[in-house]
Design a protein around this ligand. Structure first.
Ligand code: IVH
Length: 691
């Protein structure tokens, strides 16, 4: 048992280490620790804070994990209004700006060139070095307090380092990196929610989420470019950026001090070419007069500073005829119209297809058959349709009529009240919906059956051996052995035949077996009920505890669960009203798939470690006692020393070297805590704590 003093000093040590690693990873982009080791440090701190809440610091890095819920965002009046920048698309207007500046300033003028981040403006207020408030721009005069959500953004320091003033305000941009945007949109489409149009909208939507743990998951980033406050010993904008860096902020990576138009244009042109390689979107560059004295002399108009201007990049745009419209059917039945365009060269690539999003999009733009459509490609990689070239419209054409029947199964399409999406209601027999559901079911965040990739699902479905998710659990080796699928015939590649042999059959069946240990909340997500994503599934599982109670819950009861509104409740009730679904659930239950939450009162959580003898060595993210409880809850036994009878060694940090050598000698496998979690179907730290 550690004394309170030892606990406090361990917590302090962890806090320092975690802060440093966060800084290296999120601000310097230069991590010096593995994700796994980092998670261990964080989990240890979370656990200590749970046990000793009075020792938890207000700026603890555990705050970044989120957890608080803000029901209503309070407004806050900005101390200095949050102005926007005047902007231009032309070089000539930049010259005009430079001339206006030089007309006021007689000394030489320097400009700082920065990237113009395409995100959401934010103001961060620090008092005595602690982040006390984060406020959105709002109308420029007052914005919303979104502190809990901004705390989860890892590149925003919760406390400052070095020599900072008593009080200061730092402004910048919250952005969502493209890679995170793609993941987020894929997840949204996967549960039948409409995707965000661009990373900026996604970032802005994320800041307004009520649940900060969900914000934490989204992976927002922050770029800070403006420091306000008194008694700051830095008299140029550039020095202030450097100062911000010493306090721990991520400031614009690409900054350049320019003395003339030539320098400025070279910065603009370089980033026009490079911007598609940046991890986030920019929509231009910003020029700022460097000297703060000169900035003061120039002052402000009612809306903008006179010492800064934004130069915006023109998105490249072409117009090309619409040849036809395809309709794609997703897992949840949502039908997405996709335009086939006459191939056209745009910003270096040939564009042949672009999404038309939904019926409302076609109606809003009033897109007619054969119209020439404007297609744009900005900093983003994906081309988008931004309008119709009306002047080139042929006489007598009519608006594109949205498909009335499913292109895959010919069922009459429907539109639910209050929803933009049109979908195919034939959930149980429409082939892309079934294949999509099967793929979703085996996915990493669902049942995690990684021995069944996308190609194999198609093979099983096409051969008629798997028609629904319950069929996985009655598969026999005979059904699988020798199944074939032709692949790679398109794009001029030689067709190849893949055939299931014994080894893969064993792997597939083993993977399916193992999936019976996946906890109920993930099974619920895996069922693929429309609008039920990972988080909602978790909440439903906690509330109803088992599938029997959930399946008979009336819509009103479903709505008692946080985040479950009308549409979600209806979708859940509809799912359980279908007898085919009830039959599938019964079969899954019979197969041993988890249909209730595990509680410590239950004797055994699973049989995953039944009969296994486990030696534990090293330090873990949870206590030894918790590790022991975990192993035993899944049927394993902890033994103290390694022998030939040991099944595996659970190896933590700083594992004893003698144990390692002995394990190697006897050929006993070493499993990390992560491996164990995977084996038990527990992916995150949280689920371990729940044991
Ligand atoms: S400076 C008083 N610098 O663009 C000037 N703004 O239309 C404060 N933005 O509201 C803004 N990147 O949200 C500045 N490097 C940058 C920027 C930037 C993006 C945004 C900001 C501002 C808008 C101006």
């Amino acid at each position: 048992m550690m004394s309170t003093q030892e606990v406090a000093s361990r917590m302090e040590q962890l806090t320092t280490q975690i802060n440093l690693h966060n800084y290296n990873y999120y601000v310097r982009d230069n991590p010096t620790i593995s994700d796994y080791d980092f998670d261990q440090l964080l989990a240890e701190l979370i656990s200590l804070e749970k046990q000793y809440p009075t020792l938890a610091r207000p700026d603890s890095p555990t705050q970044r994990v989120g957890g608080s819920v803000t029901k209503r965002f309070e407004s806050f009046r900005h101390q200095y209004p949050m102005l926007s920048l005047s902007n231009t698309y032309s070089e000539e207007e930049l010259h005009d700006f430079d001339r206006r500046v030089r007309a006021v300033i007689s000394e030489p003028v320097e400009y700082v060139c920065e990237l113009k981040y395409d995100g959401v403006a934010i103001s961060l207020i620090y008092e005595k070095g602690l982040l006390v408030r984060a406020v959105t721009r709002g109308d420029g005069i007052q914005g919303d307090i979104v502190t809990a959500n901004v705390r989860t953004v890892r590149s925003v320091p919760l406390s400052l380092q070095g020599n900072f003033p008593e009080k200061c305000e730092i402004r910048g941009e919250i952005v969502l990196p493209r890679a995170r945007f793609d993941i987020l949109n894929k997840e949204r489409e996967d549960i039948g929610e409409s995707p965000f149009a661009n990373p900026r909208n996604a970032a802005s939507g994320s800041l307004k989420l009520q649940e900060s743990s969900e914000v934490a998951r989204r992976g927002l980033d922050a770029q800070l470019y403006y420091l306000l406050g008194e008694n700051i010993a830095a008299h140029t904008h550039y020095e202030r950026l450097l100062l911000l860096q010493t306090w721990g902020f991520k400031t614009p990576a690409a900054v350049k001090v320019a003395r003339n138009m030539e320098d400025i244009m070279s910065f603009i042109n370089t980033w026009d070419k490079q911007r598609e390689h940046l991890p986030f979107d920019i929509d231009g560059i910003v020029l700022k007069v460097n000297s703060l004295t000169q900035q003061r002399q120039l002052g402000f108009t009612a809306k903008n500073p006179r010492w800064a201007i934004a130069y915006k990049y023109k998105a490249e745009r072409v117009s090309t005829p619409l040849v036809s419209v395809d309709y794609q059917v997703g897992r949840t039945g949502i039908v997405t119209p996709v335009a086939n365009l006459q191939p056209v060269l745009l910003a270096g690539t040939t564009v042949k297809r672009a999404t038309l999003n939904n019926k409302t999009f076609i109606e809003t733009f009033n897109i007619h058959e054969g119209d020439h459509l404007f297609v744009e490609k900005g900093g983003e990689i994906i081309p988008k349709i931004v309008g119709v070239d009306i002047e080139r419209r042929a006489a007598g054409t009519t608006q594109v009529m949205f498909a009335t029947h499913c292109p895959e199964c010919n069922t009459l399409l429907v539109q639910s009240e209050g929803e933009a999406g049109i979908y195919c209601p034939n959930q149980l027999h429409c082939p892309p919906q079934i294949k999509g559901k099967l793929e979703h079911f085996i996915g990493r965040k669902a049942m995690n059956i990684d021995s069944l990739g996308e190609g194999k699902i198609e093979m099983l479905y096409d051969h008629g051996v798997v028609k629904n998710i319950a069929d996985f659990y009655t598969l026999t080796p005979e059904q699988l052995l020798g199944l074939e699928k032709r692949v790679g015939a398109e794009d001029g590649k030689m067709a190849r035949v893949i055939r299931l042999r014994e080894k893969s059959v064993v792997k597939i069946l083993d993977g399916i077996m193992q999936s019976r240990n996946v906890p109920f909340e993930r099974v619920l997500f895996a069922l693929g009920i429309r609008f039920v994503g990972e988080t909602t599934a978790k909440k439903l599982a906690r509330h109803f505890e088992n599938i029997d109670r959930l399946s008979v819950a009336p819509e009103d009861d479903l709505m008692l669960v946080e985040d479950v509104g009308n549409a979600v409740a209806k979708s859940i009730a509809d799912y359980f009203n279908q007898s085919e679904n009830l039959e599938i659930i019964l079969r899954l239950k019979e197969a041993g798939v988890q249909m209730q939450v595990m509680s410590s009162k239950n004797n055994l959580a699973s049989q995953a470690l039944a009969g296994m003898k486990v030696v534990v060595s090293g330090v873990f993210s949870i206590s030894r006692d918790q590790i022991k409880a975990l192993v035993e809850a899944h049927g394993g036994t902890i033994v103290s020393s390694i022998s030939a009878k040991t099944t595996f060694v659970l190896a933590g940090n700083n594992m004893g070297p003698e144990k390692k050598i002995k394990a190697q000698k006897l050929n006993i496998p070493l499993l990390s805590e992560d491996d164990l979690r995977q084996k038990l179907g527990l992916v995150n730290v949280e689920s371990i704590f729940e044991q």
